[in-house]
Design a protein around this ligand. Structure first.
Ligand code: ADP
Ligand code: MG
Length: 452
C-alpha cells in the first residue's frame, strides 16, 4: 500500500474518530512503509506519535485490515523515515561528555514515559511481587539482588515498572546515573559504535552507569555479537556492584538462542514474573483510569456496571483494556452521551469480539445440567416435563446471550430443534426472569461461572 492509497482509504476513519480528531490527528499522518505486518507512519513530533498510538492506533489498524492489509503493529517515526536510534554523539562530544559532571542527558537512554510511575501502577495479586522488588530497587541503596529480572506476557506492566524505577531514582538519588533502554536500542547503539569505530566509547559509557535497565532482553537472543557485548557490560557492572534491571517476555530459561552463560547470570539475581491479570486488578486499573478521564472530560457520566463489564470481558492485556476505556471516553464525549453498557458494547464491538473467550454451547449445556441436576442428554433430548424443559430453556437463553451463535445454529446443538423453538425458550426465560428472583439469581450465578 502506498501513501496515495492510504490517502484514499483513511477517510473512512472520519466515522470512527470524528471530524475533529480526523483533521487533527489522522490527516497529518504519512504512511512511510508497510511490511512484515508493520505499518509505519511519519509524524511531526514524538508527542504526536504517542498520542495517535494511544488513541487511534487500534482504529487505524482495524481500518487497514478492513482494506485488506495484514497489520500486527502500527509504528510512528518522527521526521523523514528515520527508523531506529538517534545518531550517536560525535567523537568530540562523547569525550567532552565524559569529563562533564554526570547529568542525565548524556546517557543514550530511551525517553521515559511520564505517566509510568509507581503512583499510577495498580498493585494486585498478580504483580505484587514484581512491584515490591521494583520498589526495593528504586530506593537506590546497596543492591540486594542483582539483576532484578522481570518477566511476563505483553502488556502486563514490565515497561511501566522499569520507568517507575527510573523516575523514582531520579527523584531520590539524582546523583546516580540511571540508564534505561530497550535491548533493541542497545543493539543499535552497539552496531553503530562498531561502524563508527567507537567501541571503546560505547564500552566506557555503559560501564559508567550506576543503574542499567534493559527492556525486552529476549530481543538479543540469537544476535551473537550483541549478546557478547551485553554479557561483558553486564559482568562489568555486576562486578562494580551496580544495579541491573532486565525485563523479558519469558523466564531466562525459556529464551531460545540465549547463550548459556548469559542465562545463568540472569538467573543469579531475583527472577520475578508478572502473572496474567485477574478480575480485581483489571477493575482496579479501570477505576484508576476512569477517575483520570472523569477529570479530563468533565461532566461525562459512566453508568454503574460498565467498568465491571469491561474488566470481565477484556482479559487479554492491560494495554487493550486501557485502549478500550480511552476510546469509550473519547467517543462518549464526542457524541455527548452517558457511557452506558449499550454504548460500550457498540463502541467496543471489535475489541470485545476479539477478546471473546470462545464459550461453546456444550459447555453451557453441561454447566446448566450440573446446576439443575439433570442429565446432559436430557438437555438435547425430547422430554417435555418442566423439570427438564426449564433448564433446557435456561441453557438456550445463555447460549444466545453468551455466544455469537445464531438461533438456527443453537437449534442444531439442542438436538436439531427449530430456531423458533429456541426463540420461544429465550423469550420465556426473559419473561420469567423479571418475576422469578430465584431464576434471576440462577442466571447470574451461571453467567459468572461460565465467564469467570
Ligand atoms: P509490558 O512492558 O509488560 O508489555 P507495559 O508496561 O507497556 O507492558 O504496560 C502496558 C500498559 O498497561 C501501559 O500503559 C501501562 O501503564 C499499563 N499497565 C500495565 N499494568 C498496570 C498496572 N498494574 N497499573 C496501571 N497500569 C498498568
Ligand atoms: Mg514493554
Amino acid at each position: 500500500m502506498t501513501n496515495e492509497t492510504w490517502g484514499q482509504i483513511r477517510e473512512g476513519l472520519i466515522n470512527r474518530v470524528g471530524k475533529n480528531n480526523y483533521v487533527t490527528w489522522i490527516e497529518p499522518l504519512k504512511l512511510s512503509h508497510m511490511k512484515n505486518g508493520v505499518a509505519r507512519f511519519e509524524v511531526p513530533t514524538t508527542f504526536f506519535g504517542d498520542w495517535v498510538q494511544r488513541n487511534f492506533a487500534d482504529h487505524i489498524r482495524s481500518h487497514l485490515m478492513t482494506a485488506g492489509a495484514t497489520i500486527d503493529r502500527i509504528e510512528f517515526a518522527v521526521g523523514t523515515l528515520t527508523a531506529g536510534p538517534r545518531p550517536a554523539p560525535r567523537p568530540e562530544a562523547a569525550k567532552a561528555a565524559r569529563v562533564r559532571a554526570a547529568s542525565e542527558d548524556e546517557l543514550p537512554g530511551a525517553p521515559l514515559d511520564a505517566r509510568f510511575t509507581f503512583d499510577s501502577f495498580v498493585v494486585g495479586k498478580p504483580n505484587e511481587l514484581a512491584h515490591a522488588a521494583a520498589r526495593r530497587v528504586a530506593e537506590g541503596d546497596t543492591v540486594t539482588f542483582n539483576p532484578l529480572f522481570l518477566y511476563g506476557g505483553v502488556g502486563l506492566g514490565k515497561t511501566h515498572l522499569m520507568h517507575a524505577i527510573a523516575h523514582e531514582l531520579q527523584a531520590r538519588r539524582p546523583d546516580l546515573r540511571v540508564l534505561y533502554l530497550s535491548a533493541e536500542q542497545f543493539m543499535y547503539r552497539f552496531i553503530q559504535a562498531l561502524r563508527d569505530k567507537q567501541v571503546m566509547d560505547f564500552k566506557s559509557l555503559f560501564r559508567s552507569v550506576d543503574v542499567l535497565m534493559v527492556d525486552d532482553v529476549q530481543f538479543i537472543a540469537g544476535k551473537d555479537s550483541t549478546q557478547e557485548e551485553f554479557f561483558h557490560t553486564f559482568n562489568a557492572l555486576v562486578d562494580q556492584n551496580k544495579q541491573i534491571v532486565i525485563s523479558a517476555d519469558r523466564a531466562p530459561g525459556e529464551i531460545k538462542d540465549l547463550e548459556e552463560r548469559i542465562r545463568s547470570r540472569l538467573q543469579c539475581g531475583l527472577v520475578v514474573d508478572l502473572h496474567p491479570t485477574d478480575y480485581e486488578l483489571r477493575l482496579g486499573i479501570l477505576q484508576q483510569k476512569a477517575d483520570f478521564y472523569r477529570e479530563q472530560y468533565r461532566g461525562l457520566v459512566i453508568a454503574d456496571g460498565v467498568l465491571e463489564f469491561l474488566a470481565h470481558r477484556i482479559t487479554t492485556n492491560v494495554r487493550v483494556l486501557e485502549g478500550a476505556l480511552t476510546r469509550l471516553f473519547a467517543f462518549a464525549s464526542l457524541v455527548g452521551r452517558e457511557i452506558t453498557l449499550d454504548l460500550a458494547q457498540d463502541c467496543l464491538a471489535d475489541i470485545l469480539r476479539a477478546s471473546d473467550r470462545k464459550l461453546t454451547i456444550e459447555e453451557i449445556q453441561r454447566k446448566v445440567a450440573e446446576h439443575y441436576n439433570v442429565r446432559l442428554s436430557d438437555m438435547i433430548g425430547p422430554k417435555r416435563m418442566r423439570t427438564i424443559a426449564r433448564p433446557r430453556q435456561v441453557a438456550m437463553y445463555l447460549a444466545k446471550q453468551l455466544t455469537s451463535r445464531s438461533l438456527p445454529e443453537i437449534g442444531r446443538r439442542f438436538g436439531g430443534r427449530d430456531h423458533t423453538t429456541i426463540m420461544h425458550g429465550v423469550r420465556k426465560i426473559e419473561e420469567l426472569m423479571a418475576i422469578d428472583s430465584q431464576l434471576a439469581d440462577d442466571l447470574q450465578l451461571l453467567k459468572r461461572l461460565l465467564q469467570g
